[in-house]
Design a protein around this ligand. Structure first.
Ligand SMILES: C[S@@+](CC[C@H](N)C(=O)[O-])C[C@H]1O[C@@H](n2cnc3c(N)ncnc32)[C@H](O)[C@@H]1O
Length: 239
């Protein structure tokens, strides 16, 4: 059976549109709404974080920190030495900095950094742990994003990434990057990781949990179901 046409396939300038979309979305947020979102998403974040906790003494970097759904959940469960959150949305960083100023985070070290995940403004080998949730699929140049992840990770650093993955729906006539941000298949992701010197040690299928969150309106992401995406968590190690 033919797939229905994708409503967003004709979009150009994917990165600029992604940024504008998140500036608008996070414009509706404050630290209270961010805390609610963090709690709603915890059925996906918590099991992945627990695979490598505790974080005491670790420098952690969250790529695509947004309003802190993953980073602040990690800080809640096991406070690290420091958490650096990178995002290209200045509004995301405003909200996450506001969240960082209230307890229990006010006594922790959080730094919000404005930057592009394809060209990180961070030094080589600065991170003991790299996090990224629901952000990698948004990168037009995933190879650059993966190489940057590998560059900032210390050898042996753990990388926890969770995201949407394409199963079968394809866009006709336009690059996939223009459609739902550009989710790749798990096989394509595995090749990208290995090429960058990142080894996958564990994979967790969170599709059922994300479908439930979307259906119960706890995660505003109708495209996830519309495009029959998968949601996976990966525990990885920098070689
Ligand atoms: C779906 S949100 C996820 C936020 C957070 N990780 C969470 O789980 O709550 C994706 C985030 O990635 C950011 N993002 C997307 N592409 C980016 C890029 N090229 N560079 C930096 N940030 C990017 C967006 O601004 C947005 O805040």
């Amino acid at each position: 059976m033919d797939e229905p046409p994708c409503s967003v396939c004709s979009q150009k300038d994917v990165k600029g549109k992604t940024r504008a979309r998140y500036e608008a979305q996070w414009g509706q947020y404050d630290e209270r709404i961010a805390a609610e979102r963090r709690l709603k998403n915890s059925p996906v974040a918590d099991p992945l974080l627990r695979t490598i906790m505790p974080f005491a003494g670790k420098t952690m970097v969250d790529l695509g920190v947004g309003t802190g759904g993953f980073a602040f959940r990690a800080m809640e469960l096991s406070p690290p030495k420091e958490m650096i959150g990178v995002d290209f949305s200045s509004r995301a960083l405003q909200v996450s900095k506001a969240a960082a100023s209230v307890q229990p985070f006010a006594v922790m070290d959080f730094e919000g950094v404005l930057g592009d995940l394809e060209r990180l403004p961070l030094t080589d080998r600065c991170a003991d742990v790299v996090l990224s949730q629901a952000s990698f699929n948004l990168l037009p140049d995933k190879s650059a994003g993966m190489k940057e992840m590998a560059r900032i990770a210390k050898p042996g650093a753990k990388i926890l990434l969770s995201d949407a993955f394409r199963t079968r729906v394809k866009c006709e006539g336009e690059p996939w990057e223009a459609c739902v941000g550009g989710a790749v298949t798990v096989a394509e992701f595995s090749t990208l990781a290995l090429s960058a010197g990142i080894i996958i040690t564990q994979q967790i299928d969170f599709t059922r949990q994300v479908v439930q969150l979307v259906k119960s309106k706890k995660w505003d992401w109708p495209e996830f179901i519309e495009h029959r995406l998968d949601y996976r968590g990966f525990v990885m190690v920098r070689a």
